[in-house]
Design a binder for this molecule. Structure first.
Ligand code: B4P
Length: 190
């Protein structure tokens, strides 16, 4: 079983490269951003609470996203492996993920960390905001808040996996295919 954490700041290319990884390796894609947006679209109470936070560029509480991942793992017991996209975003989420995976006698094989500088992130997200309808991509100050939230709360997650020898850095600047080739080189060694 191959379980991957795809890591990086907002706009680093996680969603984009997840699609390439799923197509090539047949893993189940678990994106907490997508799961939260489907709760919002369905108008659930969880979705309404999440939307208020997401529209301010703030992370949703750990217990909410951990609960969503717990359910998805239970629904996909026969999966070949998982790609976690946008999760874990805090060290508490990373610790919870280890515990959840241990219930299935498995663990994270590697963290693929995409690095992209802030100016490029802002440019990509504003561009996506012109067509995606995502309210969190349309306001530059909100994008700055998301990047700040990433630096404050999410970056320590990289150290968590680095200490376990599972951290692989990938340059997230360049063509989508070129970046994917570099990810493949890492994953094919796993
Ligand atoms: P997410 O949905 O995870 O949004 P994101 O960080 O913007 O990443 P995304 O995957 O969408 O963007 P990508 O880099 O692929 O989270 C949204 C919000 O949900 C968070 O702010 C938070 O509030 C909440 N949330 C989610 N998970 C949470 C958790 N675990 N805990 C707490 N809260 C959570 O792509 C961006 C753009 O760049 C695309 O338009 C793409 O086409 C483009 N792009 C990609 N690669 C490129 C390249 N190589 N060159 C040029 N452009 C490229």
């Amino acid at each position: 079983m191959l379980n991957i954490v795809l890591f990086g700041p907002p706009g680093a290319g996680k969603g984009t490269q997840s699609q390439n990884i799923i197509d090539t390796y047949g893993l189940v894609h678990l994106s907490t951003g997508d799961l939260l947006r489907s709760q919002i679209a369905a108008g659930t109470e969880l979705g309404l609470r999440a939307k208020t936070l997401m529209d301010q560029g703030i992370l949703v509480p750990d217990e909410v996203v951990i609960g969503m991942i717990e359910s998805k793992l239970a629904e996909n017991k026969d999966a070949k492996g998982f790609i976690f996209d946008g999760f874990p975003r805090t060290v508490a989420q990373a610790q919870a993920l280890d515990e959840l995976l241990s219930r299935y006698d498995t663990e994270i094989g590697c963290m693929v960390a995409l690095s992209v500088h802030d100016e490029e992130l802002t440019k990509r997200l504003l561009l996506r905001g012109q067509t995606s309808g995502r309210s969190d991509d349309q306001d530059e100050s909100l994008i700055r808040k998301r990047i700040q939230e990433y630096n404050d709360k999410t970056l320590p997650v990289a150290d968590y996996y680095r200490q376990q020898g599972k951290y692989c850095a990938i340059d997230g600047i360049g063509g989508i295919d070129e970046i994917f080739q570099n990810i493949r080189d890492v994953l094919d060694r796993k």
